[in-house]
Design a protein around this ligand. Sequence first.
Ligand code: FE2
Length: 292
Amino acid sequence: MLITRRQLLVGTAAAGGVVLSTGAYAGIVEPGFRLVVTEYRLTPPRWPNDFPLNIAVIADPHASEPYMSPARIERIVETTNALKPDLVVLLGDFEAAHRFVTKMVPSETWAPLWAQCKAPLGVHSILGNHDWWFHLKRIRASIEKAGIPIMENDGVKLTHRGRPFWLLGLGDQIAYIVGRGRYRGVDDLPKTLAKITGDAPAILLAHEPDIFVKVPERISLTLAGHTHGGQVRLLGYSPVVPSRYGNRFAYGHIVENGRHMIVSGGLGCSIAPVRLGVPPEIVMVRLGNQLA
Ligand SMILES: [Fe+2]
C-alpha cells in the first residue's frame, strides 16, 4: 500500500505530538506534580506475625526549585502524616544540585519541614551520597538542629506495643568520589550489625541498595533508595540504574534467599528533572498482621 504525502505528514505530526506530550509529561508533570503512596504488606523472616508496624519511607527528595519547593515538601509531609505511620524514616539525598535547578532550597529551610513528620516512634534519618558530595556540614547541622537523629553505622532499639525492635542506619556507600566512577564509602556493616544485642527483630536503612548482597539473614528488612527507580522505568525495566547490579536492585520489593529489601523510587530527581513510569512516591511498609 502506498502512503500519500498527506498521510505521511499527518502521521509524522501525530508521532511528533506523542513525543512532545511524552516529553512534557516526563519533564514536567511526573517529576513536578505527581505523588503516589506505594504500599507493601509483608511479614519477612524473623519478623513476628503478631507485631504490626507501619513505616513511612521518604527517599531522595532532592529539594530545589522548581520541582521540590518548600510548599511541595509541606504537601508530602501532610500526606505522610495522614497515613498515620508508627515510624518515619528519611533515606537521604535531601538536596538537588543538577543544572536545571533554578534556586537552591537550603537545609535550614527543608530540615524543619521534614521534622514536621509525625509518628509515635519518631523520625529517623541516614545521609545519602549527594549529602556527602555537597554541603555536608550544613546539611548534617540542619537535620540535627531540627531534632532528627542521623544514624551512621549506628542503631537504636525502639519499643512498639511493648516489644523491642532494632532500627539500624548504614553510613553512605559512595561518600567520597576518588576517581572516575570510583568511590569510597563510609559504610561499616559489621560495626552496624554489632549494635544488635539480644534477639529482637531488626530493620536496616541504607541509602544505596547495593549493600544488600552482604546483608545477613539476621536483618528482617532492608530499606533503600538512591536509584529513583532509574527515573525512567517502563514495563518493569529501567535503562539506567546507578547500581553495580543494574535492574536487580532498581526498584520495589526484592527477595533473595529469604532476605527482603524494599527500594523506594524516591521523590525527586538527580542529573535531570525527568521521570517516566516511576512517579514520586511515599513508600508505606506494613509489617506483620495488621489485625493483630
Ligand atoms: Fe543517592
